[in-house]
Write a protein of this length. Structure first.
Length: 168
């Protein structure tokens, strides 16, 4: 008589195929996680650029409605990137003014650049960006663009003659 191989019902081990399927699922999950983390980093850069973009609109309105000329300052500290709107014209970096009490744009890992007089300069240390309008809503600063960069790059072009700003 032939003996038949019977499969017992109390197998508790894993087969090679089950192990490969579980590993494939884990690899797919890990790759989606890595891609999503990269997406989150670019979202932070976009939010920072959008905040500055909408603040420029508000700055135009404040300039037309107030007697004092408001200035938009963009700067970095060790804790992040910030912006403030002040009525005083500051020409030198002052750590008591440029502190963490401003509106936070994002983490310190975001790079901020300004295009000024045809050259690109990174904002870090004691450097800051000063943007303001005159009463006829023309840019008075010599900054032609503000660039936010990390995994992605967003550029706000400032058209000096018209006071318009364009995000790219």
């Amino acid at each position: 008589m032939k003996e038949k191989n019977k499969v017992s019902n109390n197998n508790t081990g894993f087969t090679l195929i089950e192990t490969i399927i579980v590993m494939a699922i884990l690899v797919i999950f890990a790759s989606f996680t890595v891609l999503y983390m990269g997406h989150l980093k670019s979202v932070n850069v976009r939010q920072a650029a959008n905040q500055v973009y909408t603040s420029l609109d508000k700055l135009q309105v404040k300039t037309m409605s107030k007697t004092d000329i408001p200035h938009l300052y963009i700067y970095k500290t060790d804790n992040g990137c910030y912006m403030k709107i002040l009525t005083s014209d500051i020409t030198a970096f002052d750590s008591s003014v440029f502190d963490d009490t401003g509106t936070k744009l994002g983490s310190a890992s975001i790079e901020i650049f300004q295009e000024k007089n045809g050259s690109k300069e990174e904002i870090k240390g004691d450097k800051f960006i000063n943007i303001y309008y005159n009463k006829s809503v023309q840019f008075q600063s010599d900054v032609s663009a503000v660039i936010f960069k990390r995994n992605s790059e967003y550029k706000i072009k400032l058209v000096k003659e018209t006071g318009r700003h364009i995000m790219e």
